[in-house]
Design a protein around this ligand. Structure first.
Ligand code: DHB
Length: 501
């Protein structure tokens, strides 16, 4: 976070060489030659200008910086760092300075696929130009690439299966913390952002800070030593809690017998309907095992038929979303399942709402019986492309041989870590999910938010009215939230300590 007194690229290069030296010394394999290895050569910065919303932003670009010293895939295990030019000459942007600016960490992941580092102008899936907007707001931006489930090396071995992407993000965080003195921006204020699978990874990064489960993977990559906990996690429609996502999906969409998956769709078969019933029946026991409570302390459970306090809570989230969007009067009548009083939404017919949202996936939505889903592919290994990750699908498919290691399934789910004192969770979270997002059940972000609240963690959770599966659609609100949590941060330099030290 100090201002640079050397050409920036050189300072970064030195810091990376030092990181490599420390990692190598630890592994007791260091030689002078490996410390100067070419893969830590950091691109010199380039001064650039962009226009965002009529604002001219001058910034420095440090691109293609390897963030580990032994990359498995150098194309993806690198990051782009962008810094407002003002921070190199004592200036400020939006009230932030080189000392105080948070480091915004947008991942570019969709579908658990490999992701290149983002750049200004990148609009994933037609979404916003998030990096330009962040720079214009005065944030330092560090955009890491990550390995993903379809990657292979030259010999045909899979190199991006679980937990590769989360390990890469952790390595990127460690790199930023390690280089904090050489870069403008405050590495105690790292704020992760992602959508869908990227939202899930953002949640995982927020939940698993410094947890020893990931350590061997980080060590193998030659990640910088130090902490990988973050200050805040922003998660749009996180495709997370994968090992419970199938039951959650059928709890919500179980009565919807047609599906529409990006234009291909139809009616569920008799066998799929039977699977849907079996899955939805499993969900209440899972929810009831979590001991969830609403902010008033009332327990949020489910009856065997799927009704109960937890469903009422999810319904209230939908109604609150309508009210926040100002849906009332004649506009509200377009949603006949909303219950109105004096023209204002006050309740809903849950089944009517679910039919309006509609089903996208066939059951099981995530752990497909024929191992055909992206999530099956995520849980493959170096040789085997796809595996099961739920007891239900292992049993139903009779294909117990193709089962992911339970330790890996755990490492891809933030929830077990939120109740584990060996993990340092981010103290601030923002979760957004569209009311007509059908890629995963609303129960998934709701359980995440309630678990965080129960831990006393600051969480801003809301459903976005009539939004489908997407993210970064409310950047002014996201950045206001960032401003508020940063303004309220304790002196970050002497604040939170790593409990493992
Ligand atoms: C994404 C969407 C999905 O439906 C899914 O199962 C996994 C990931 C995505 O958009 O990232």
């Amino acid at each position: 976070m100090k201002l640079l007194d050397k050409p920036a690229g050189v300072a970064l290069q030195m810091a990376a060489a030092l990181a490599l030296a420390v990692a190598n010394t630890r592994a007791q394999t260091a030689t002078a030659a490996t410390i100067a290895a070419p893969h830590v050569d950091i691109t010199q910065h380039e001064k650039r200008v962009l226009e965002f919303d009529g604002q001219r932003v001058v910034y420095r670009a440090f691109e293609n910086i390897p963030y580990v010293s032994h990359p498995v895939d150098a194309r993806y295990q690198r990051m782009n760092i962008y810094v407002p030019e003002a921070y190199f000459s004592g200036g400020s942007v939006g009230g932030y300075t080189a000392e105080t600016a948070p480091i915004f960490l947008p991942n570019n992941v969709g579908g658990y696929m490999p992701a290149e580092p983002g750049k200004p102008g990148t609009r994933r899936g037609g979404m916003a130009d998030t990096i330009s907007a962040a720079l214009a707001h005065g944030l330092v931006v560090a955009a890491p690439g990550t390995r993903g489930r379809t990657l292979k090396d030259a010999t045909g071995r899979n190199t991006g299966k679980a937990p590769a992407a989360i390990v890469d993000l952790k390595a990127a965080v460690r790199f930023l913390r390690f280089n904090d003195q050489n870069l403008p921006g405050n590495a105690n204020l790292i704020i992760s952002n992602g959508t869908s699978a990227g939202g899930a990874l953002s949640a995982l990064l927020g939940a698993t800070g410094n947890h020893p489960d990931y350590e061997p993977y980080l060590a193998a990559l030659g990640a910088a030593p130090g902490r990988d906990d973050i200050f805040a996690a922003s998660c749009y429609c996180p495709i997370t809690n994968l090992d419970h996502a199938d039951t959650a999906y059928e709890w919500l969409f179980g009565d919807v017998v047609t599906y529409d998956n990006h234009g291909s769709g139809g009616r569920l078969t008799g066998e799929q309907l039977a699977v849907a019933v079996e899955l939805r029946t499993l969900f209440p026991d899972y929810v009831n095992s979590l001991g969830l409570k609403n902010p008033a302390g009332e327990s949020l459970t489910l009856h065997p038929d799927g009704s109960g306090g937890f469903r009422d809570y999810v319904g209230r989230l939908v109604v609150a979303s309508a009210r926040r969007a100002g849906v009332k009067g004649p506009a509200a009548e377009a949603f006949p399942w909303l219950r109105l009083e004096a023209g204002e939404p006050v309740g809903l017919d849950f089944g009517g709402y679910v039919a309006h949202a509609g089903r996208m996936k066939t059951p099981p939505a995530f752990d497909a019986l024929d191992l055909s889903s992206g999530e099956n592919d995520l849980f493959g290994d170096a040789q085997i492309n796809a595996k099961h990750f739920t007891t239900y699908s292992i049993t139903r498919s009779g294909n117990a041989g193709a089962t992911a290691d339970p330790a890996l399934i755990k490492m891809m789910n933030p929830l077990p870590y939120l109740n584990d004192p060996a993990a340092l969770a981010a103290p601030h979270w923002r979760i957004r999910h569209g009311t007509i997002d059908r890629d995963t059940s609303l129960a998934v972000p709701a359980i995440l938010a309630l678990t965080l609240e129960a831990r006393g963690i600051d969480v801003d959770f809301a459903l976005t009215w009539e939004r489908g599966h997407s993210g970064d659609y409310d950047l002014p609100e996201l950045f206001s939230w960032i401003d508020a949590i940063c303004a309220a941060a304790p002196n970050p330099a002497d604040g939170r300590q790593d409990p493992s030290n």
